[in-house]
Design a protein around this ligand. Structure first.
Ligand SMILES: Cc1cc2nc3c(=O)[nH]c(=O)nc-3n(C[C@H](O)[C@H](O)[C@H](O)COP(=O)(O)OP(=O)(O)OC[C@H]3O[C@@H](n4cnc5c(N)ncnc54)[C@H](O)[C@@H]3O)c2cc1C
Length: 458
């Protein structure tokens, strides 16, 4: 008997899940995507004649699922690594190079930290106390900020860790779950009295791999989406098809769109969590919990300049701006230094980010105001004199789920609600078990496995 499966949401998680279920004999699958394109937060478009990412531009290789998918899709030969990994942080209006020995912003070598002048000598000394302080692990549910403040002091938290981990998550590290957002740090701190000792032990146990830490694509991350979509080109995939509700009938699930309804045996729901909450209104317990997951918005302005108009050498991958600097800009990726193929020798491309949890100022500005404000800030720091050659604004509204302490238990509770009230419906995507592309791919695969296992029980 043929079983019907509907996958809702065609971002990387939904596409991965769909690819797995549609190839299964005895399964009839359809992928429904609300917008006019697949890829969700992965979007590569033309800028100054080159494919330049508007959102994600690389994925981390420490988690295997990104590389595994690329290998399956025959994309190995197109993977490239950033040309540079050094970066800067703005401290009291001055750019300071990040010192050697940082792990997710945590200094493991105190001399380079002291020399960097990112924190005061007293704060560097305080960071070193981590080696001698008693074990003060407060138990589960600690925030990243809480962990760093107690082991290393406030300046390390505010000038190094929050700018780095905060910008990856568009979050405030004082409110992000350490175990979920920075598992490497949390494990080191939990298993050792000293965080520095723990991180050093980790480094010793797994020496630097041959593979680069990050990988991207010659033609931008869009190449991954395009190849994934091509790999399912024979299957039933539909864009411009927003799902409006999902309900449970006695024998099956029903997926409602504006035009029609589809009866099916199982659903993989791979939309952002706030959308999932709307679609599951008929399952109020899960919907309430889903809607309690907060999301932050980001505006990314891509700016093109004549290279000769920028005095700074742009000798790194970019710069981070701590909250305490009081700017609208949160981070600037020096795109054409990181990915030299993004621009010809005459031009430089910067990707300037604004907006994070607790800072919605960018949302209130129209595109012209936003570009003007960010340009003024960035031009000041990098000593830019000429006009913009080209610019574009990419607004990512409610794009970054915030994993508050206890987020994993919340997700477990949602899954329990769904098992009892919406059997056959499985969640996947950035809202639940990791926001990075590899984690979303893994969730796509796992939700497909869970779906196929469920179908066997019918
Ligand atoms: C600016 C930015 C930069 C980032 N940089 C990186 C990076 O460098 N590396 C990295 O690993 N990660 C990065 N990320 C994170 C990563 O890109 C995302 O977490 C990931 O792509 C999310 O994938 P997803 O499939 O879970 O969700 P999404 O990409 O959000 O896909 C969900 C899909 O569901 C669709 N949808 C929504 N509602 C409905 C509905 N009612 N019916 C049907 N379809 C619906 C949406 O249109 C969308 O296509 C970045 C994110 C952003 C925003």
């Amino acid at each position: 008997m043929t079983r019907q499966v509907v996958v809702v949401g065609g971002g990387i998680a939904g596409l991965t899940a769909f690819r797995q279920v549609q190839k299964h004999v005895g399964v009839d699958a359809v992928l429904l995507e609300a917008s006019s394109r697949f890829g969700g937060k992965i979007r590569t478009t033309n800028f100054l004649g080159h494919p330049v990412d508007e959102g994600a531009d690389a994925f981390i290789t420490r988690a295997p699922w990104g590389i595994e998918l690329c290998t399956e899709l025959g994309l190995d030969g197109f993977l490239i690594s950033p040309a540079t990994s050094s970066a800067y942080v703005l401290v009291d209006g001055v750019l300071r190079k990040l010192p050697a020995g940082l792990v997710l912003g945590v200094p493991t070598k105190l001399l380079p930290l002291l020399r960097s002048r990112i924190v005061s000598p007293l704060a560097a000394l305080r960071a070193g106390f981590d080696r001698f302080l008693p074990d003060d692990w407060p138990g589960d549910d600690e925030s990243v900020g809480g962990l760093i403040r107690r082991r290393m002091g406030d300046q390390i938290a505010e000038r190094l860790v929050d700018p780095l981990i905060g910008s990856i998550n568009a979050g405030d590290t004082d409110h992000l779950d350490a175990a979920l957002t920075a598992p490497q740090l949390e494990t080191a701190a939990r298993r050792n009295r000293s965080l520095i000792t723990g991180l050093k032990a980790q480094a010793k146990a797994s020496p630097s791999p041959q593979t680069p830490v990050f990988l991207g694509f010659e033609n931008g991350m869009g190449q991954l989406v395009e190849t994934l979509v091509n790999s399912v080109s024979e299957a039933d995939t539909r864009t411009n098809t927003p799902v409006t509700a999902i309900t449970r009938e006695t024998d099956n699930l029903v997926v409602w769109t504006q035009q029609t309804s589809i009866e099916c045996d199982a659903v993989i729901l791979a939309t952002p969590a706030h959308q999932a909450a709307h679609l599951l209104a008929s399952c109020p317990r899960a919907a309430d919990r889903l809607s309690s997951i907060e999301h932050a918005s980001v505006a990314m302005v891509t700016m093109g300049f004549k290279r000769s108009d920028i005095r700074h050498s742009l000798n790194g991958s970019g710069m981070l701006i701590p909250r305490g600097e009081g700017l609208l800009t949160t981070a600037v990726s020096w795109g054409s230094s990181k990915w030299p193929h993004w621009a010809d020798e005459e031009h430089a491309i910067l990707r300037v980010s604004a907006g994070r949890a607790g800072d919605t100022r960018a949302l209130a500005l129209d595109d012209n105001e936003l570009v003007e404000t960010l340009l003024t800030e960035v031009a000041n720091i990098l000593e830019i004199e000429g006009d913009l050659v080209e610019w574009r604004v990419s607004r990512w509204i409610d794009a970054f789920p915030q994993y508050a302490p206890g987020h994993d238990r919340l997700v477990t509770a949602i899954e329990r609600d769904l098992r009892s009230d919406m059997a056959g419906l499985f969640l996947a995507g950035a809202g639940y078990k990791g926001i990075g592309i590899p984690a979303c791919i893994n969730q796509g695969n796992k939700s497909a496995e869970a779906t196929l296992d469920y179908l066997k029980t019918l």
